[in-house]
Design a protein around this ligand. Structure first.
Ligand SMILES: [Zn+2]
Ligand SMILES: [Zn+2]
Length: 249
């Protein structure tokens, strides 16, 4: 065992991404302790009130996204509000506030099966260059506050695992309001003002794998889908960690 392997195993401390309990050596590389993992797994199979399928298999999406021509929306779990305490929401909180590679990797790997499943219908394996990953941009004030865009980190990891290119397709304009602070109508208006397409992004004739951490009204995702389609993307497949139950059509 090398020095670093010993240090990793015996000196470094890894905590559960949810309850912050110190992980024992058997679970050292996990993002969650066994107890939180059980709750996490439970949230993945909570059923959709519309299609009755488990969250990770549900393909329902907000009407606005369907209206812009999104090919699908897949998520890991549903949520009611950010105030609800659960391992799934805790992981999102961790991703937003701390740049921990182990947690980013965990979230990316959790999303991977449904992404691969959605891509399998599009001849993905033989045609990887026709696909790229991109993400809904985080607000500029938040990037400045935390020093990173967690969506970029997670989407880049997904791209790496899929062996496709990550494309910086969007940026946030200055002085934008946080989506969370607005009502439904305000969110759609703000999203269109807030998100800018990066003209040098090569999206024409390719399929976009678009990622956002949380989808509520679908305003930000819809704005991105519209910009991608306008720039000539062949199709846009959307993925998120969580989505609200309320806006599903
Ligand atoms: Zn835990
Ligand atoms: Zn559904």
């Amino acid at each position: 065992m090398s020095f670093w392997e010993i240090a990793r195993k015996y000196i470094l401390v890894h905590k559960c991404g949810c309850c912050r309990q110190i992980l024992d050596r058997d679970h050292f590389d996990d993002a969650l302790c066994p107890k939180c993992r059980i709750l996490w797994n439970k949230s993945l199979v909570e059923s959709c009130k519309k299609c009755l399928r488990p969250a990770i298999e549900c393909e329902c999406m907000p009407g606005a996204m369907a209206g812009e021509g999104a090919l699908c929306l897949r998520r890991l779990f549903f949520y009611e509000s950010e105030a609800t305490y659960s391992p799934s929401m805790s992981i999102i909180f961790m991703l937003k506030h701390k740049n921990i590679r182990r947690i980013t990797d965990f979230a990316a790997r959790q999303l991977l099966p449904s992404i691969k499943e959605a891509l399998s219908a599009l001849d993905f394996e033989d045609n990887r260059e026709a696909f790229f990953v991109c993400s809904v941009p985080r607000g500029r004030t938040k990037i400045r506050e935390y020093g990173f865009d967690h969506g970029v980190l997670l989407a880049s990891r997904i791209a790496q695992l899929l062996e496709v290119e990550y494309v910086k397709a969007f940026s946030s304009t200055f002085f934008s309001t946080e989506q969370k602070a607005l009502d439904r109508k305000g969110r759609f208006k703000n999203a269109q003002k807030r998100i800018r397409f990066c003209d040098e992004a090569e999206v024409k004739g390719r399929y976009a794998i678009l990622f956002d951490d949380i989808v509520t009204t679908g305003a930000s995702m819809s704005a991105c889908v519209r910009l991608l389609r306008k720039a000539g993307a062949k199709g846009v497949l959307c993925f998120s960690l969580a989505s609200s139950k309320k806006d599903i059509r």
